[in-house]
Design a protein around this ligand. Sequence first.
Ligand SMILES: Cc1ncc(C[n+]2csc(CCOP(=O)(O)OP(=O)(O)O)c2C)c(N)n1
Ligand SMILES: [Mg+2]
Length: 892
Amino acid sequence: MDNELSTQPHGMEDVEIQEWLESLDSVLESSGPEVAAEILERLRAHAAVSGIDLPFSANTPYANTIPARLQPLFPGDQELERRIKSLIRWNALAMVVRANRVEHNIGGHISTYASAATLYEVGFNHFFRARTDEFEGDTVYFQGHAAPGIYARAFLEGRLSAQQLEHFRRELKPGGGLSSYPHPWLMPDFWEFPTVSMGLSPLMAIYQARFNSYLENRGMKPVTDAKVWAFIGDGETDEPESLGAITLASRERLDNLIFVVNCNLQRLDGPVRGNGQIIQELESAFRGAGWNVIKVLWGSEWDPILERDTEGLLVKRMGELVDGEYQRLVVSSGAYVREHFFGTDPRLLQLVEPLPDEALRRLRLGGHDPRKVYAAYKAAVEHKGSPTVILARTIKGYGLGEAGEGKNVTHQQKKLNEDELREFRSRFGIPLNDEDCIEVPFYRPPEDSVEIQYLRARREALGGYVPRRRARSKPIAAQHDDLFKEFLEGSEGREVSTTMAFVGMLRKMLKDPEIGKLIVPIVPDEARTFGMESLFRTAGIYSSIGKKYEPVDVNTLLYYKEAKDGQILEEGITEAGSMASFIAAGSAYATHGINTIPFFIYYSMFGFQRIGDFIWAAADMRTRGFMLGGTAGRTTLSGEGLQHQDGNSHVLALPVPNMKAYDPAFAYEIAVIVQDGIRRMYKDGESVFYYITVMNEPYAMPSMPGDVKDGILRGMYRFRAAANTKAKLRAQLFGSGAILNEALRAQEILETKYGVAADVWSVTSYKELYNDGNEADRWNRLYSAEKPRMPYIAQCLGDAPGVLVAACDYLKTLPNMVSKWMPRRLASLGTDGFGRSEGRAALRDFFEVDSRFITLATLHELFVDGKIERCVLDKAIKDLGINTEKPNPVIS
Ligand SMILES: Cc1ncc(C[n+]2csc(CCOP(=O)(O)OP(=O)(O)O)c2C)c(N)n1
Ligand SMILES: [Mg+2]
């Protein structure tokens, strides 16, 4: 056991220990805790130089961090708050039970909120400050499964109706319902943060707190004492994301951040650490990482017993039990507690001798005692210099009694029988008679009742209601024609990559008087890869402590410049952390009323498939901004091989409903997309965000061929028409990203060598085409009497002559999914399969997407149509140097 007090000293007399303890007590009393701590520290150092090998432990005893004598007075009306809390407990339970009576298996959770009610209510009554015009307010991440309790409180507050509660988990009912968990997409006036995918909210909260400091250090918002609170489950801490960034929080000295871990010792299937102690494990992890840890383990009823325990035996005993034992103990009878907990030592038994069994049964845990929770929260908000985590011990399903309190099945508990309901009603004093009670009605006392008056007064004192979401930034003008103009003009033969072009745009945007300050460039240690190092010097790299060293490259032009008001978030190697920064910056329009515009540029392969769930959460949160998948394309990124070459991300972008995904080939396409994106998101306030792939293959950027802006944005436009429109053999070639150049080369080969006149289209977004096609289909199905709508792709192609061939650097499914709206059969070339370490030419040969394969595919289509002879095809294979025996990339 990781507890200093639990090891039995060898051959030491109890009296000797007693003497040491007493002298420490007397120092404490006469000189205070600081002196006592100093003496202990000196003793430890003395022991070390005397050759005593003290084992390292980051743990403190299994006791409350704040002893009773240092506990502040509870400022509220405790009895009234208990009554309010009981009503919320009842309504939260009623929501779930009623929903499941109406529709079996509709789900919902009772036991999570039941265990966390006090943790939330102390926050609501005394700490969580609302966002007002004068004060930015605190930011609260609610544990997803506790949602019924948050709704039940909003019901008492008069913010949600009984009908809405009735429609919990039935959002499609007329008049609307309530989403199962916090989803800003579904309840944009209520929820701010989607938290139910475990592990996301702890990490998002850390980066949110860090982003708040960033805004302050850059002078973009006033310095305030606003806090970020994150309520998480103890089981949730097993998700690697939960603890993955805790050292960032302490390194950045985020004393605006408070984690509250609801340590009910249980997760879904059973105990979090049956054979260990999750609280001690978390304490050492957080203390080791430099956090201020406050343990709230025992309720006030334990204080007098602890006071009598002058020998420290009780604290020692408290540290001996593993969680599996505790889980059993806290729901056992008083007699059981006496026998199994205190019964191990007659001196312990003596401590509780005056207490009847009933009193032993009622020894509360810290997380259910508002006075203890208040003390912890107060200490947390007053703490300076590091983030705080509160480890609060609770019972899962608290108050459910036989129906599930502390049981392994409690997480799934959704129904209570009549007796169980009556018992719950009686335990929490809900004014319902036996008969009414079994109907589980929602109960709200009259508006003029003391409960409602008190609850309203408390919230008024704290600025209003929480949670509440409001997009409160002012739209920007977004007049940026001049800014983007130069990029529409091409590179005059100079070979540049789309990444370079984008970085040029970014550099220019950073200087723009309107949006310059709002831009937040975010990179996970990849700036040099994307040629962004020139921004280090001009925009600066954000560091909350400025710069304590002379950079090794200070004499160079592009030195690594860290600064307190630096603009770039150089996150180090964490795509998840970078995404969390993206989310914080991209939702600041609601959180802070500030239109920050994040540009998160990263290795595209480590985006969707690594942090897809964060992207999904960003979408839910209505995050705005631009994600740039750099070094994109399975065959465009040469050399890097299987784990780097991305031919997937545009497919993985498909499921994200409000994400616009573009695979541009040329600088002007990017300029058009970015300019329009800024307008849509920051002027028109649309809840969309952007994914744009950029590549590192250099080529001459053409100027924009006429006004094709609309086509670029809608997903395709004709880039270069065939020269000879009279030709008998015709084709339409579709290229995108860097592969567009392969299509253009194929156009030439086809024309010069095979007499085929081909038009070449740039497909900037298969996703846009797909959504548009589906929308037209749907409309036509629902309104068949109206004039049918024609999908954009069909409008573009009309009866464009010839065979159809598409090539992209992503899976073939992208072109295939829009082929049904094309006038004829489509041949698709794509890069299904594992990447390889190779050069571009070899890769494009291997994946069969280069100009030769596009040529071959075109000729083959013409052959199938009976337009050319087989011998032409055979000869082409030879002339083009295509090896028909080559391996199939899809399966090799
Ligand atoms: C990423 C993810 N995996 C699994 C789940 C399913 N799930 C929901 S609640 C839960 C157990 C939660 O335990 P804990 O974090 O201790 O919260 P408690 O309800 O005990 O407060 C699980 C596994 C989820 N919501 N998210
Ligand atoms: Mg738990």
